[in-house]
Design a protein around this ligand. Structure first.
Ligand code: C2E
Ligand code: CA
Ligand code: CA
Length: 674
């Protein structure tokens, strides 16, 4: 019962209340019924005993008067034979018991004072005694127990009927409500807002159903709007995602997979451990095309090159553009050199043929590096490095060709890496030294100039010449640092000499084009340090090559003027090789021109060299430049350059480059003692 009361469903509570009402009303009705029935039974018993006593009392009174015991007994025996009397006692007027009769099966304790009914026996106003009946209540009790059973059955029946009725009632009232709840739960669970509750009746529940359904209409509409918005947004997101993916993995210019995509795929094929061939392709002379025709032509060329490369490989091969004019190809499952050769040859000849860009005919070619997996490298990094090496080998061998990676290249690469590490250490440990080579005044035979030339005192390999390490220094972007060290060293030597000797000797420092490249160059730092020292004019000269001037790095011309303003001479080095544009000589404020030793070399037996030198000397004089002839090794060469009118000579004939101490001893201290 308590469980029903605590139940969470209205239906159960409703059922319980209905049943309680039914039981209560049935119980009250049954109680009233039993009460009146018991009163009725008692009265009937009473009336019956009164009637019996009134029938027998006249005869009984007479019999007592005559003390006729036999008649008395005859009269009272029938009383105990009928229902309703346990025993009958007759007393005389002195309350002395005359006689008594019992029911046969009477037990002593059944005679109770409250069941006693007394009738006085009177004749002609004179009391003769009394008749006493002990009423038998079994009849009443039987009747009452019959009624109790009846009432109990009635109660059970009522309970049953009330149960059925309450179920029917609750079905009628709470049924639709429960259905609404079930539907709400289903909607909630499945998020299906198209479900509607069935409409049953025009009552409050019907109203509730109607409201519920109209609420669902609103929710469904909103849901639909929301859903379509979500679909739109999702589509937009997917689209953006796709574009991002394209941007991340596709080269926008060529439409080919980009570097990232290439690395991902290469990783993939390496992990699968299936053999393949990796090609590195680099266009020959692309930079020149770009510089001369412009970037828009360059871009179109790259697009056409991409198409040609793709057309030369098989459909399941992979072509990517790494950037610039670099492409890679993965030839899946192919390590047969003959077949690879066919593909590469087709590619090379395809790229060799003319490209029509706008109205121009453009020619290019490609250098290809070839590596095989797993033969030439078992991991991505090694493969790429080796393919790149092989491609550089093709370039070195004359371009427009392919080259397979081999162990010799690997060894060279290793050496180079070792050299790079050594060079970094050399800068840290100050393993460089300066040699000075005297430059002789051809008129006075005096050494009043010298060139500072760097050397590398390697801890194990001995003295190394600049041609063996300057290229790597440049490639590793260490030139600015090394140049700064050289210039500082020269400045310190030059200051030392200045303190010892009043003689002015001009020391020239070679400046690499890369030292002009940036505004943060250490060269500029050195120049401002130079301002703080006091040296005579023309104590220092800078030797620059034409390369410094071709690419107008960081306003070289203005910088050169500033440098000259500080009393530093500018010499144009290696004149005659390279661009040899005479217009530079006119445009720039230079002081010295150094004729490259390749001309001096051939001076004695090559007429055209002689003629060229003569021309250079004439122009240089015209421009008021001092002329230094480099690489003078013989007396003949000395004679010829003097005849030509060169002002200075530099070469083994006069003196090889020498350590600072030797130079100091021979040309500075010597001079002091002269
Ligand atoms: P360079 O500026 O043309 O220097 C002259 C080179 O010719 C020096 O080579 C020198 O030893 C060599 N030489 C001098 N006289 C003769 C001769 O009679 N016969 C022959 N065959 N050679 C002669 P070195 O010292 O090996 O320097 C090579 C190049 O390295 C230099 O050529 C210069 O371009 C560069 N270099 C040297 N030191 C430096 C430096 O401190 N900074 C920069 N940026 N470059 C430097
Ligand atoms: Ca030089
Ligand atoms: Ca030179």
């Amino acid at each position: 019962m308590i469980a029903l009361l605590n139940s969470h469903t209205i239906r159960n509570k409703f059922l319980l209340i209905l049943m309680l009402i039914a039981i209560l009303s049935a119980s009250v009705t049954a109680g009233v019924l039993i009460y009146f029935e018991s009163i009725d039974a008692e009265k009937y018993q009473q009336d019956k005993l009164v009637l019996m006593s009134s029938i027998i009392s006249p005869s009984l009174t007479a019999a007592i008067a005559f003390n006729d015991i036999e008649t008395i007994n005859e009269l009272i025996v029938p009383t105990v034979k009928s229902d309703g009397v346990f025993a009958t006692f007759v007393y005389n007027n002195n309350d002395v018991l005359i006689t008594k009769v019992y029911q046969d099966n009477l037990a002593g304790n059944q005679l109770k004072e409250e069941d006693k009914v007394e009738t006085p026996l009177i004749i002609s106003g004179e009391n003769q005694g009394k008749l006493v009946f002990y009423a038998d209540r079994t009849v009443i009790d039987n009747k009452m127990s019959f009624y109790k059973k009846l009432v109990a059955q009635l109660l059970i029946g009522t309970l049953f009927i009330s149960l059925i009725l309450s179920i029917i009632l609750s079905r009628l009232i709470t049924g639709p409500l429960s259905q609404l709840i079930r539907i709400a739960k289903t909607i909630n669970k499945n998020n299906d807002y198209s479900i509607r509750a069935p409409y049953h009746s025009e009552d409050e529940v019907g109203d509730l159903t109607r409201c519920f359904n109209s609420m669902l209409d609103t929710v469904e509409n909103r849901e639909n709007v929301l859903e379509s918005t979500v679909i739109d947004r999702t589509q937009a997101l997917e689209e953006a995602n796709k574009q991002l993916h394209h941007q991340a993995f596709e080269d926008p210019l060529s439409g080919l997979p980009n570097r990232r995509s290439f690395y991902a795929l290469l990783n993939d094929v390496v992990n699968k451990k299936k053999e393949f061939c990796l090609l590195f392709i680099d266009l020959d002379g692309f930079k020149e095309i770009n510089d001369s025709l412009g970037h828009d032509y360059g871009d179109i060329l790259l697009q056409q090159v991409s198409k040609r490369i793709v057309s030369c490989v098989r459909t399941d091969d992979f072509v990517a553009r790494l950037g610039g004019d670099e492409f890679t190809v993965i030839l899946n499952g192919l390590t047969n050199e003959e077949k690879i050769g066919q593909i590469i040859n087709q590619m090379l000849s395809s790229l060799e043929s003319v490209f029509h860009i706008k109205s121009e005919k453009v020619f290019t070619s490609a250098s290809v590096g070839v590596t095989l997996f797993p033969r030439d490298g078992s991991n991505v990094d090694t493969l790429i490095k080796n393919a790149d090496q092989a491609m550089y080998e093709s370039k070195r061998k004359g371009k427009n060709r392919s080259h397979y990676f081999n162990e010799e290249m690997s060894r060279q690469l290793l050496n180079k890496q070792e050299k790079i590490t050594d060079l970094h250490n050399a800068l840290k440990n100050e393993e460089f030294i300066i040699y000075y080579q005297p430059i002789v005044n051809l008129q006075t035979n005096e050494v009043d100039k010298a060139e500072a030339l760097v050397r590398w005192q390697h801890p194990t390999k001995g003295l190394i010449l600049p041609d063996d390490f300057l290229k790597t220094i440049e490639e590793e972007s260490l030139m600015d640092e090394l140049g700064y060290w050289v210039a500082n060293q020269v400045l310190s030597d030059r200051l030392k000499w200045h303190q010892h000797s009043p003689r002015n000797i001009e020391i020239s420092i070679n400046i690499s084009p890369s030292q002009f490249k940036s505004k943060d160059s250490l060269l500029l730092q050195w120049l401002s340090d130079f301002d703080k020292v006091s040296l005579p004019q023309n104590a220092i000269a800078f030797e620059i090559t034409e390369h410094s001037l071709v690419h107008d790095h960081f306003k070289v011309r203005e910088l050169l003027n500033d440098i000259r303003g500080k009393g530093i001479d500018i010499a144009i080095d290696d004149f005659g090789v390279g661009y040899s544009s005479l217009s530079y000589l006119q445009q720039l404020n230079l002081d010295i021109l150094k004729i490259d030793h390749s001309f001096i070399d051939k001076l004695s037996n090559d007429k055209s060299s002689y003629g060229l030198c003569k021309g250079i000397v004439t122009i240089a004089k015209e421009l008021n430049l001092l002329i230094v002839a480099e690489g003078v090794e013989t007396r003949t060469q000395h004679k010829l350059i003097t005849e030509l009118g060169c002002h200075y000579g530099q070469g083994y004939l006069y003196g090889k480059p020498m350590p600072s101490e030797v130079f100091t001893h021979q040309y500075i201290n010597q001079h002091l003692t002269d």
